[in-house]
Design a protein around this ligand. Structure first.
Ligand code: HEC
Ligand code: HEC
Length: 197
């Protein structure tokens, strides 16, 4: 019994050490290149780049694998070309552990429109409420990305890319939604999302 417990303890310690080593590797990769655009803590240096802090690790790893294979066409492909699966998973875990920070509230008139679209959709044009998939607080799930606190410019760009299917991986659901959004609704929902905590 004691021997079994001891072996279990060793296995646990080995797993913990491996996880620490993976995170250390991820930190090195981030400080080598990712920080330039996404920041050391996933906070992003410009609205053009997505904030990664607090995003689900499974979603991050999936997107990185899709960049690598070319399923999601992007300038990101060259950033991840030489990374292996373990490094990609570790990068997902690294950014998921960073604390997301909300943006300062913007124009209250436009965020009010965005709040309506986010929580109620648009029954007149057949847009489903974003909250029904991404959650009322924008926290998402491992398959549905967290949106809360995302840069408005990035959200806007992605919605336009989904509309034109320029976001090339798994775009079916979001294409249907984005194709029905007006310019005003896109702008408004992106502003509202940026201020969500
Ligand atoms: C030169 C700037 C730049 C660098 C460096 C960079 N990225 Fe990116 N990253 C982007 C841009 C731009 C996008 C948006 C993708 C698009 O629209 O094509 C993006 C998107 C992503 C996404 C998708 C996020 C989402 O919400 O779907 C992940 C994950 C990501 N980057 C991780 C990384 C990692 C990890 C590194 C380092 C290995 C890295 N990036 C280095 C510019 C950069
Ligand atoms: C029926 C479910 C569903 C609804 C409703 C929905 N989404 Fe999505 N959304 C998804 C899925 C699934 C993905 C992930 C696609 C992937 O895996 O690449 C996604 C991805 C996104 C992304 C990309 C995030 C990133 O980090 O790159 C944005 C932005 C987005 N949705 C915005 C919205 C907005 C705004 C609304 C409301 C107008 C909305 N979604 C409604 C399912 C949904």
């Amino acid at each position: 019994m004691r021997r079994a417990l001891w072996a279990l303890g060793l296995a646990w310690a080995a797993a913990a050490a491996a996880a620490d080593a993976d995170l250390e590797r991820a930190r090195k990769i981030v400080s080598g290149r990712c920080f330039l655009c996404h920041g050391f803590e996933g906070e992003s240096s410009s609205g053009l780049y997505p904030r990664l802090a607090g995003q689900h690790p499974e979603y991050l790893a999936k997107q990185l694998l899709d960049f690598k294979s070319g399923r999601r066409k992007s300038q990101m492909t060259e950033m991840v070309a030489d990374l292996d699966d373990a490094e990609i998973r570790a990068l997902g875990v690294y950014f998921s552990k960073q604390k997301p920070a909300p943006h300062a509230p913007s124009d209250p008139e436009i965020t009010a429109v965005g709040r309506y679209v986010y929580h109620r959709g648009n029954v007149y044009s057949g847009v489903a409420a974003c909250a029904s998939c991404h959650g009322p607080d924008g926290a998402g799930t491992p398959q549905l990305p967290r949106l809360a606190g995302q840069n408005a410019l990035y959200t806007e760009t992605q919605l336009k890319q989904f509309n034109k299917r320029e976001r090339t991986n798994d775009n079916a659901v979001m294409h249907t939604i984005a194709s029905k959004l007006t310019e005003l609704e896109i702008k408004a929902v992106a502003e509202y999302i940026a201020g969500m905590e």
